[in-house]
Design a protein around this ligand. Structure first.
Ligand code: NAD
Ligand code: IPM
Ligand code: MN
Length: 356
């Protein structure tokens, strides 16, 4: 079996973590009888430098031919003042929208013994949830948007249709059925009309899933509850911007943002990417935590290629690596010894190959 993958390394630590995930995929293929055929394409700031666009046509064409996409990260401070067509982030958002990837899964799990968490250990222990983030709607894409002619005002539009909410709700209830049958819908229905519609749709769709316990939480309270009682959460379904913010926060439950993977589903081609960004502050140093990207590759094997045993083998290898104390800089106290990206990757692949 040949897996046809489009790699989009992007910017900053993106290429470093994509390389790590690729090595792990190769080792997994050697054990489970598949091989990876990949093409590497430009996205983000790297693409702007080479072509003037953060999502060149050649990249779109390659993505459309691929069985799945593995993306590193985009973004660099040098583009902060550029107009939207030359911003790295515009390339990523356009890719999600063009591929129609509206369902973004961001699993978060605290692995016992996997480095220190900035939280009290007993609070984080046992946290196991999935942030289900709506990915192609809301403030990110609503129109009209822009600046007034004098640039003394900026504006964005928050819109959600019943269809957009309903398909995410169904996805969430189905996901909850495969987990602990609990779905928390997060909104701001005390203030926003879009959230009132969101809540109505979740209640209506929820009546078709009597075996799933549905509750609703305001997003400000949710930000607090995630830290106070993370074990309360199973599936946390929310709109695009809330999901962006809450998933970074949830990274702290796992131990670090660098551990979180994601899968963007529902479209023509699925995208797999770590939740973190391009981390310009540590790029090029060999310090990047590759686990978010490696676990994204596991999600790819599971969701795009139906290779559950291979996906589980990667997850188990990651768990063993972390539990053995092979930890990147973001997972140890300041000034403590840490493992480099390459060293962590070697240990994970050794676990998969049976050499560790
Ligand atoms: P960031 O996620 O890049 O970094 C936040 C902090 O977490 C930094 O201190 C960084 O060093 C650390 N960190 C992140 N990933 C890490 C990893 N794998 N290993 C170790 N430490 C890690 O967020 P930011 O600094 O707010 O944004 C930087 C750039 O990345 C911006 O241009 C932003 O738009 C972009 N970004 C891209 C994506 C994406 O491509 N999916 C996601 C978020 C941010
Ligand atoms: C993420 C990132 C992106 C987002 C940015 C880079 C556009 O923060 O994937 O979480 O906001 O969706
Ligand atoms: Mn984000």
């Amino acid at each position: 079996m040949i897996l046809n993958i489009c790699l989009l390394p992007g910017d900053g630590i993106g290429p470093e973590v994509t390389e790590a995930a690729t090595q792990v995929l190769d080792a997994t293929g050697a054990r489970f009888g598949f091989s990876v055929e990949s093409t590497s394409q430009l996205i983000g700031g790297a693409a702007v430098h080479a072509t003037g666009s953060p999502l060149p046509e050649a990249t779109i064409a390659a993505v459309e031919r691929a069985g799945a996409v593995l993306l590193g990260a985009v973004g660099a401070p040098e583009f902060d003042r550029e107009p939207p067509p030359r911003k790295p982030e515009t390339g990523l958002l356009a890719l999600r929208q063009r591929m129609g990837c509206w369902a973004n899964l961001r699993p978060v799990r605290r692995i016992a013994g996997a480095g220190t968490t900035p939280l009290r250990e007993e609070l984080a222990a046992g946290a196991d949830l999935v942030v289900l983030r709506e990915l192609t709607g809301g403030l990110y894409f609503g129109t009209p948007r822009g600046f007034s002619p004098a640039r003394d005002e900026g504006f964005n539009t928050l819109r959600y249709s019943v269809n957009e909410i309903e398909r995410l709700a169904r996805f969430g209830f189905e996901l909850a059925r495969k987990r602990r049958h609990h779905l928390t819908s997060v909104d701001k229905a005390n203030v926003l009309e879009t959230s009132q519609l969101w809540r109505e749709v979740f209640v209506r769709v929820g009546s078709e899933y009597p075996d799933v316990a549905l509750d609703h939480m305001y997003v400000d309270n949710c930000a607090m509850q995630l830290i106070l009682r993370p074990k309360f959460f199973d599936v946390l379904a929310t709109e695009n911007l809330f999901g962006d913010i809450l998933s970074d926060e949830a990274g702290v439950l796992a131990g670090s943002l660098g551990l979180l993977p994601s899968a963007s589903l529902g479209g023509r081609v699925a995208l797999y990417e770590p939740v973190h960004g391009s981390a310009p502050d540590i790029a090029g140093k060999g310090w990047a935590n590759p686990i978010g990207a490696i676990l994204s590759a596991a999600l790819m094997l599971r969701h795009s290629f139906n290779l559950e045993p291979a996906a589980a083998a990667i997850e188990q290898a990651v768990e063993r690596t972390l539990q053995a104390g092979v930890l990147s800089r973001d997972l140890v106290p300041a000034d403590a010894a840490f493992a480099t990206t390459a060293a962590i990757t070697r240990v994970v692949t050794a676990h998969i190959s049976g050499a560790a």
